[in-house]
Each structure stands twice: as structure tokens, then as C-alpha cells.
Design a protein around this ligand. Structure first.
Ligand code: FPP
Ligand code: ZN
Length: 326
């Protein structure tokens, strides 16, 4: 009989402290090594990848090692005629990468270099009559696109451009009786989707519309014996869920419902003590995606070597200034 594995074992040899210097070197190398196989393979995610790298460096107070001019030049090349941004030069625009363009510009303090008006029009055109959002010209609806649309407009100070009430109504249609949220009405609860929906309600100041205790209880149940957090019941823990779950709990003001000591031990164990960076789980290969979310999760627990991160936007409170929400 095949028994599904639902947790991981932390090894004696796993790291037990935060390897800040190694991570900063890992991100620098990743960003600079443009001929590498990994870099070429990541074209469809490139603008997002640049945001992950920059935010990780900003949280680690190492942003000065990144080349601001070169990065902003690249961001401009990703702008499309419809006002949105694609993941790379020759790609179509998508909401996910459009938010990343705005986040990158804010982290680098170059918001004047992006075409805010074009972005607002691009985002507005993606809202459907029921309040939901698609991510691009395809018709796929997902609460992650709602969050990304709201975050983009909020950061540009242009939330008034869409129908916010309808957006809230759609998010609440995706609220499940177990306290979680799914991608669409009737879809199963998933921690990533909870982050997107709680984040959307936080941006629109409507968190009182849900049962915060029930949602926080569903999130707290994501902690496995290893200390790691999973995305759904019966799934393996993954370091990126440290972010999706902890940030949601922070927005709900219930971060203390997680066992912090065990959580920290799991996150440390996901570091690669040779190459630097974090992997999804101990002993796996590290990447920038899991690295930024591992670092951001540690920042939510006020790690002394890290700048404070905003739980909604996964960017430092410092770079957000008065736009910081939580
Ligand atoms: C799991 O995805 C993660 C999510 C559903 C959350 C996605 C969140 C965004 C797109 C918004 C990101 C914005 C910021 C500011 C961080 P998955 O498809 O990998 O799920 P799986 O682990 O179940 O495969
Ligand atoms: Zn992951």
C-alpha cells in the first residue's frame, strides 16, 4: 500500500542559524549570471524573479549590491502597448508581472520611470462585471488576480479606478465554510489563495467582513510536526507557505497562533549551507522564489538581521513609507 508522505524530517546536519551573507551572495550571483541555464530557463518569470531578488536584498539590507539603472532599463523593455508589463522583452503583458514592475520601481525608488496611467488602464480593463479579475486577455479568473490588481492600483494610489465593492463581493463568494478561500467560488481552500483574499480585504479595509478567528484557525492548522507549514491539509510543508500563511496571520493580528520556535527551525533547515538560498524543503535545490519568502517569513518574526517586511506586499516597510499597511 502507498502511504502519502505528509511531513519531512529535519536532519541533524541541517542549518540551525540564518546564513545572511551566503544568501546575499546567492542572489547577486543569480542576478548577474545571465548566461546560466537557470537564468535562460526563467524567461517566463523574469520580471517576477527580479522582484524576488530585489525584495530579498532589501530585507537583508543589501540593496546597494544591485544595479538600479540596468534593472530599470530592463523593466522599461518589458512594457507592452496595452500598458501592462510582460515577464521579459518579447512576452505579452500579464497582471502578475505588471505588479512586479511597480514593486521593482518602488523598491528602487524610481516610481517616476513607469507609466502609471497605462498600468491603470491595463488593470481596469481586466475587471469583469461580477467584480473578479483575469490576469491577461485569456478568460481565466482567479482570486490571485484580484489581489494583484488591487495591490497594483493601491501602490499607485489609484484604487478609485475600479469597482471595489464588486471586488469585495467576489472575494467573499470564494470564502469557504472551513474559514479558507479558494481560486473561484466553490474551489477548495488553499493557503496561497487565503493570502490573496485576506490581502485583498486588507487593502480595501474590509477584513471585518470575515470570521477572523475561523480563518486564523484554518491557517494555524497548516503547521506540521516538523514546524513547517503546508498549503492544504494532507500536503507536504513548503517554505513559501511560511510566507502565505504567516503573512495572512499577521494581517489577521494572530501571528502568535503559530509555534514560532518550531517554525524558525524549519525555515533555517531549508537553507542551502553551500550555495546559499532557500529551497522549498530541507535538502532540495534553492531558488530565488523560496529565498525571498523564507527571508520575509523570518522578518515577520522580527529577525534582528532583517528589515521589517510589510505583510501585504512582501516589501520592506521602509521602501513603502506611508503606503505600508501591516
Ligand atoms: C501557491 O501557488 C501560491 C499562491 C496561490 C499565491 C500566489 C500569490 C500571488 C500570485 C501574489 C504574489 C504577490 C506578492 C506581493 C508576494 P502554487 O500554484 O505553487 O500552489 P501549489 O503549491 O499548491 O502547487
Ligand atoms: Zn513553494
Amino acid at each position: 500500500m502507498d502511504f502519502a508522505r505528509k511531513d519531512v524530517n529535519l536532519l541533524e546536519s541541517s542549518p540551525t542559524a540564518f546564513l545572511r551573507k551566503l544568501h546575499a551572495d546567492f542572489i547577486c550571483k543569480y542576478e548577474k549570471d545571465r548566461d546560466s541555464y537557470e537564468y535562460a530557463m526563467s524567461e517566463s518569470l523574469r520580471l517576477s524573479g527580479i522582484y524576488w531578488c530585489l525584495s530579498a536584498m532589501d530585507i537583508m539590507q543589501e540593496l546597494d549590491r544591485m544595479n538600479r539603472d540596468e534593472i530599470m532599463k530592463y523593466v522599461k523593455e518589458c512594457r507592452r502597448e496595452d500598458g501592462g508589463y510582460g515577464p521579459a522583452e518579447q512576452h505579452d503583458s500579464h497582471l502578475l508581472h505588471t505588479l512586479c514592475a511597480v514593486q521593482i520601481a518602488i523598491i528602487l525608488d524610481r516610481l517616476e520611470c513607469i507609466d502609471a496611467e497605462g498600468i491603470v488602464q491595463f488593470v481596469k480593463n481586466l475587471q469583469k462585471p461580477d467584480g473578479s479579475f483575469t490576469g491577461d486577455s485569456s478568460n481565466e479568473i482567479d482570486t490571485r488576480f484580484t489581489f494583484v490588481a488591487l495591490a497594483t492600483l493601491y501602490l499607485l494610489g489609484r484604487l478609485n479606478e475600479i469597482d471595489a465593492q464588486k471586488a469585495v463581493e467576489f472575494v467573499l463568494k470564494c470564502y469557504n465554510s472551513d474559514g479558507g478561500f479558494g481560486t473561484r467560488p466553490g474551489s477548495e481552500s488553499h493557503s496561497g489563495q487565503v493570502y490573496c483574499c485576506v490581502g485583498s480585504l486588507c487593502i480595501l479595509d474590509r477584513l471585518e467582513s470575515i470570521d477572523r478567528n475561523k480563518t486564523a484557525a484554518w491557517l494555524a492548522q497548516r503547521q506540521c510536526t516538523s514546524g513547517g507549514l503546508n498549503g492544504r491539509p494532507e500536503k507536504l510543508p513548503d517554505v513559501c507557505y511560511s510566507w502565505w500563511v504567516l503573512s495572512s496571520l499577521a494581517m489577521l493580528k494572530r501571528l502568535h497562533w503559530i509555534d514560532e520556535e518550531k517554525m524558525r527551525r524549519f525555515i533555517y533547515a531549508c537553507q542551502d549551507s553551500e550555495t546559499g538560498g532557500f529551497a522549498d524543503r530541507p535538502e532540495d535545490v534553492s531558488d530565488p522564489f523560496h529565498t525571498v519568502f523564507g527571508i520575509a517569513a523570518l522578518s515577520l518574526f522580527n529577525h534582528p538581521e532583517l528589515s521589517s517586511v510589510d505583510a501585504v506586499f512582501c516589501m520592506t516597510k521602509k521602501c513603502l513609507g506611508d503606503k505600508s499597511l501591516c
